[in-house]
Design a protein around this ligand. Structure first.
Ligand SMILES: NC(=O)c1ccc[n+]([C@@H]2O[C@H](COP(=O)([O-])OP(=O)(O)OC[C@H]3O[C@@H](n4cnc5c(N)ncnc54)[C@H](O)[C@@H]3O)[C@@H](O)[C@H]2O)c1
Length: 472
């Protein structure tokens, strides 16, 4: 085929076209599919897979940990009740267990406190469990659930050590169970489309990737300075706690194992020696810097109304109620001055990786950014991709022509409230399909590869601490 004919058939002569996703129904959809590997850009046109699952029976699930993530995944049962039923809930906080149980009509004998109560009878009480407890409480319930024959939707990180991660993998194999690790970005249409374009050969050979994860200054303060993931020892190092998604994404896009990794980074700002003069231990204690500090808890929560999920407000956004929560001992750790917390997670972190075949990745995780939204640049031998987390552009070297992927998933009603670019509920769709049909291949993130990207994270952290390049 002549180059001009090829470009025409690939649609490359229509410069700068933003695609609208309207395609003939005969086309395959984005998701668990093979992309057209003919060097064309047809992969750009693939429609987004609907959230409705293709199942012939209802799957029952016990949600362990009725916090933010437990609630997010349970939404799928509200959207598609004939496919998924929440039949049990476990949380040590009685009000959280009650809230989610009431929402799903859970029977009184299926409302549990500690997750150990779920397993006490030694019997399997549902098809699957969702494990959405804090990072240090993944290993034990997951091992027990597998032993009792449950399929498992397991929040990341899989576990706190490489040894425990590998033990979970071995347990899943021993009992022949399905484990879906919540690497939700793999299920987001934006990342699926980017991967399919690369796999189609439309950028030539993949040579290198620059990938940046801007955590965003207030999200850093909320989660990694004041909040649940502030301590690398109680949870996991931030390269896993926050960026295991990104390591997994790189492994998934490249499609080959990582061979070496070298990392660096540190905690620059959020420590006592940087506290401005006169800053009290809590923002609510009359801090003289409250009006100007970008990390003020009063500003982040009561004015900007960000990250309110931890306050059990059930939709109430009244600033006075939020202020009461900040003063309530059950929640007041979120009122702490960011310079007076018991945190150790780095606020900037870089990692260079080399994958089998020589593809390189330069990764950077940054607290100090005004907004989140992963930025990715992909260098191929014939074209280049640049993406901002919701839209990406492919520039062809020879023709200089650009094609854009810019589908608004928020325009699709069922995706409207799906977090992580649609990934949260798309993962649930694949999990429900996998459990209903007992076919793990419906999942994008099988346990084997998920463990591999966790091993990359542990190697990165060893490298950051030792200054050495680590083999993966
Ligand atoms: N996949 C993602 O993108 C993503 C995003 C955020 C968080 N996470 C992970 O999800 C997990 C949960 O995070 P979250 O934000 O929902 O936290 P959360 O604190 O909102 O929820 C955790 C819940 O577990 C409950 N719990 C604690 N100990 C328990 C026990 N022994 N038995 C039963 N319940 C118990 C807590 O009371 C709480 O309600 C964490 O591991 C986190 O790292 C993943």
């Amino acid at each position: 085929m002549k180059r001009r004919d090829f470009l025409k058939s690939a649609g490359l002569l229509a410069a700068g076209t933003a695609l609208n996703g309207q395609l003939s129904p005969a086309r395959t959809v984005l998701g668990n599919m093979e992309s057209p590997q003919d060097g064309s850009l047809n992969a750009l046109d693939l429609p987004i897979k609907p959230l409705r699952p293709n199942v012939s029976r209802q799957v029952s699930v016990i949600v362990i940990g009725a916090g933010n993530r437990g609630k997010a995944y349970s939404k799928y049962a509200e959207l598609f009740p004939s496919a998924l039923k929440v039949t049990g809930v476990s949380d040590i906080l009685a009000h959280r267990c009650k809230y989610l149980s009431d929402k799903h009509g859970v029977a009184s004998d299926m409302r549990f406190g500690h997750y150990r109560e779920v397993f006490e009878s030694g019997k399997k009480l549902a098809d699957a469990v969702v494990i959405a407890t804090p990072d240090d409480l993944h290993y034990e319930p997951c091992m027990k659930a597998l032993e009792l024959g449950y399929d498992v939707l397991l929040e990341k990180p899989v576990a706190q050590t490489e040894k425990e991660c590998k033990a979970i993998l071995a347990q899943a194999k021993k009992y022949g169970r399905i484990v879906a690790v919540c690497h939700v970005l793999r299920y987001a249409p934006y990342f699926i489309a980017m991967r399919e374009v690369i796999r189609s050969g439309a950028i030539g050979e993949l040579v290198s990737i620059q990938h940046m994860e801007p955590i965003q200054y207030a999200h850093m303060a909320h989660s990694y300075v004041r909040g649940n993931w502030r301590s690398s020892k109680q949870t996991t190092p931030i390269i896993l706690a926050k960026s295991c998604h990104d390591l997994d994404m790189m492994r998934w896009i490249i499609g080959k194992p990582c061979k070496t990794i070298v990392a660096d980074g540190s905690l620059h700002l959020f420590k006592a020696e940087n506290a401005p003069e006169g800053a009290p231990l809590k923002c609510t204690d009359g801090c003289p810097h409250e009006a100007t500090c970008p990390y003020s808890a009063i500003d982040i929560y009561t004015r900007k109304k960000a990250h309110l999920g931890v306050f059990d407000l059930n939709g109430n956004r009244d600033p006075e109620v939020i202020m009461q929560r900040l003063k309530d001992p059950a929640y007041s750790s979120y009122a702490r001055c960011v310079y007076h917390c018991d945190n150790d997670q780095p606020d900037h972190y870089v990692a260079d990786m080399v994958f089998e075949g020589g593809t390189t990745v330069a990764f950077s995780m940054e607290a100090f950014a005004p907004a989140g939204g992963r930025r990715t640049r992909v260098m191929g031998t014939t074209a280049y991709i640049e993406g901002d987390g919701s839209k990406f552009t492919i520039t062809d070297f020879r023709t200089r022509e650009k094609r854009v992927w810019n589908k608004k998933i928020t325009d699709i009603p069922e995706y409207k409230d799906a977090g992580h670019g649609g990934g949260d509920l798309a993962l649930m769709r694949d999990f429900v399909e996998a459990v209903a049909s007992q076919d793990a291949s419906k999942l994008s993130s099988t346990i084997d590869v998920s463990i591999e990207s966790h091993v990359m994270g542990f190697a990165a952290e060893r490298s950051r601490k030792s200054g050495r390049k680590e083999k993966v």
